[in-house]
Design a protein around this ligand. Structure first.
Ligand SMILES: *Cc1c(COP(=O)(O)O)cnc(C)c1O
Length: 375
């Protein structure tokens, strides 16, 4: 069996270090509010090219905290894409603001700047680009639109640790960037965790206050806050994994290149496009195929596990019926939702496994096409 993702492989390598760190943290008897979180924040900020970082409870709270610290709330509109994990829109909704969806660029699956510009109203306050699958959005155009219209940019970097656009790390283009350390992400904790990065010290100070009950000092609460803290155990374990992130990322890129070499030019299969001048960190290797359900089932029969990111666009989710969107509103997103298929990818995957997956995939797609042609 070739899994879509495998956390076991890295665990075997990291286990001694993780256990030692766990023992150290247990013995410290400091589980919240301690030096492990502070140290991790410094390390992550440095790695991600930002001046400041605040750890927090998960990627959803990271985006929520960043938006809230920017003053976004009731009556505001925030533009994002419907082709993302629901957390992006939830974070916007939880501030009281309204998510306004615009379609994606078909090549990169990231938000289409031309459509962003058309969606701006007097209520628009911010744009939330999602660097989906690890591919940076078109930050040049988005930054210039934001500047022209006096909008904030808050980047959802949950799938894009170490990704960069024209040499600049994601998360540093606008007011703030949010990250997730959900176990399956490129940098994953052993539980839930997330972070906000920014070059604005005051903004990060406000994020820290918000996520810790609005506290300025022990018994003083200046604002009504939340409990969205990162805990010491996750921070300590993330410190260990942080040291491997660059090498794991390089490995993801290498395996992605291997996939693309083998699948390039194969009829009916669309491979990922990597724009010039970006570092795509391949959280996922996503192809498009016709008859996706059949292809996925046939691959599963051969022992190849795949994923779908994401089969139901946010504008068609029951939870967002309230926004009043209809099928057909975002054709590029809807077509992608019908066709995308995430192939197995994790740093410990072997090149031979990639070749095996490609052989099966090409055969399956060819067979389906032949059957279609003869029908
Ligand atoms: C994973 C993810 C999130 C949410 O992160 P959690 O840590 O699970 O809360 C937000 N946005 C995107 C694009 C994600 O992939």
């Amino acid at each position: 069996m070739i899994p879509h993702m495998d956390l076991q492989a890295q665990l075997s390598i990291l286990m001694p270090e993780l256990l030692q760190k766990t023992e150290e943290i247990f013995s410290s008897r400091s589980y919240i509010h301690g030096s492990y979180v502070t140290k991790f924040e410094q390390q992550f900020a440095e790695l991600q090219g930002a001046a400041f970082c605040s750890g927090c409870s998960n990627g959803t709270s990271a985006l929520f905290l960043a938006l809230t610290a920017c003053g976004i709330g009731h009556g505001d509109e925030v533009i994002t894409t419907p082709h993302t994990f629901i957390a992006t829109a939830e974070a916007i909704s939880h501030t009281g603001a309204t998510p306004v969806f615009v379609d994606i660029i078909p090549t990169t699956y990231t938000i289409d700047p031309v459509l962003v510009e058309r969606a701006i109203t007097p209520r628009t306050r911010a744009i939330v680009p999602v660097h989906l699958y690890g591919c940076p959005a078109d930050m040049d155009q988005l930054t210039s639109i934001a500047k022209k219209n006096n909008l904030l940019i808050i980047e959802d970097c949950a799938q894009a640790h170490l990704a960069s656009y024209r040499g600049q790390p994601v998360g540093t283009f606008g007011a703030a960037g949010s990250f997730s350390f959900y176990p399956g992400k490129n940098l994953g904790a052993y539980g839930d965790a997330g972070a906000v990065i920014s070059n604005d010290g005051a903004l990060v100070t406000l994020v820290r206050k918000l996520l810790n009950h609005g506290r300025s000092e022990k018994y003083l609460h200046e604002i009504i806050g939340y409990n969205h803290r990162m805990d010491e155990l996750q921070a300590g374990l993330l410190q260990i994994k942080l040291r491997y992130l660059e090498q794991w990322t390089a490995r993801r890129q290498k395996l992605a290149a291997c996939y693309s070499r083998m699948l390039q030019g194969v009829p009916h299969i669309r491979i990922p496009v990597v724009p010039d001048d970006v570092r795509h960190v391949f959280h996922l290797y996503v192809v498009e195929v016709p008859e996706r359900t059949r292809v996925a089932a046939a691959l599963k029969n051969q022992g190849v596990q795949t994923g779908i990111h994401y089969p139901v666009p946010l504008h068609l989710q029951p939870a967002y019926r309230c926004l009043g969107y209809q099928p057909g509103d975002f054709p590029v997103t809807e077509q992608a939702a019908d066709r995308v298929l995430s192939l197995p990818l994790y740093p410990e995957l072997q090149e031979e496994d990639v070749q095996t997956v490609c052989r099966y995939l090409v055969e399956i797609v060819n067979n389906l096409a032949d059957r279609g042609a003869s029908a």
